[in-house]
Design a binder for this molecule. Structure first.
Ligand SMILES: Cc1cc2nc3c(=O)[nH]c(=O)nc-3n(C[C@H](O)[C@H](O)[C@H](O)COP(=O)(O)OP(=O)(O)OC[C@H]3O[C@@H](n4cnc5c(N)ncnc54)[C@H](O)[C@@H]3O)c2cc1C
Length: 153
């Protein structure tokens, strides 16, 4: 499942053990959501620190919450493969570790959605790319770039 599908669902997904693959803002948010619903959560990130794209205060709140609720935090990992048992990684020291999972939530690899731009292609219209269709980030960028584009018109 993707993080968006989990957060859009009316109920928490089935299964006890969940691994969230991707430890930026979205991964941390979905991990906290799942921990709050009683799941045994592990979160993984290739980089050294979780949620570097989050504001400092919210980052602190979310990371404290994850730690206090016993989430497994795995940074600096290398992804090996998804197996029937869970997610196989190399940890920071290069050791192979299997993170058991009933469910793996993908919270990484967002790419811009460009279908809307293709609709107007060739119509001779000026096109401004703002927000996630320029580069997936957060709502502040979408609002800011939308404001700037509105100003240009
Ligand atoms: C799971 C998740 C959690 C997030 N949590 C946070 C958070 O806590 N704080 C934060 O700041 N940001 C968060 N973000 C990021 C934030 O949601 C986005 O950065 C923001 O929504 C980008 O706004 P946007 O208007 O560019 O794109 P969107 O909000 O994606 O809006 C684009 C709209 O265009 C529509 N669309 C696309 N193609 C077409 C087409 N061809 N025709 C018609 N309509 C089309 C889409 O359906 C959508 O409604 C999160 C993102 C995800 C996925």
């Amino acid at each position: 499942m993707t993080a968006g599908e989990v957060l859009a669902g009316e109920e928490a997904p089935p299964g006890d053990a969940v691994v969230v693959l991707g430890g930026e803002m979205i991964g941390v948010e979905v991990a906290a959501y799942l921990a709050q619903r009683g799941k045994i959560v592990s979160i993984t990130r290739r980089g050294e620190k979780l949620a570097e794209n989050m504001g400092r205060t919210m980052r602190r709140v979310f990371l404290d919450y994850l730690r206090e609720n016993g989430a497994g935090i795995h940074t600096g990992v290398t992804y090996r493969k998804i197996t029937g048992e869970g997610l196989l990684i190399l940890d920071e020291e290069g050791r192979e570790v299997l993170l058991p999972a009933d469910l793996i939530v993908i919270a990484a690899g967002l790419v811009p959605e460009e279908s809307a731009e293709r609709v107007v292609e060739g119509a001779g219209l000026e096109v401004f790319r703002v927000g996630d269709c320029s580069k997936p980030r957060n709502i502040r960028w979408a609002v800011h770039e939308g404001f700037e584009a509105g100003f240009e018109i």
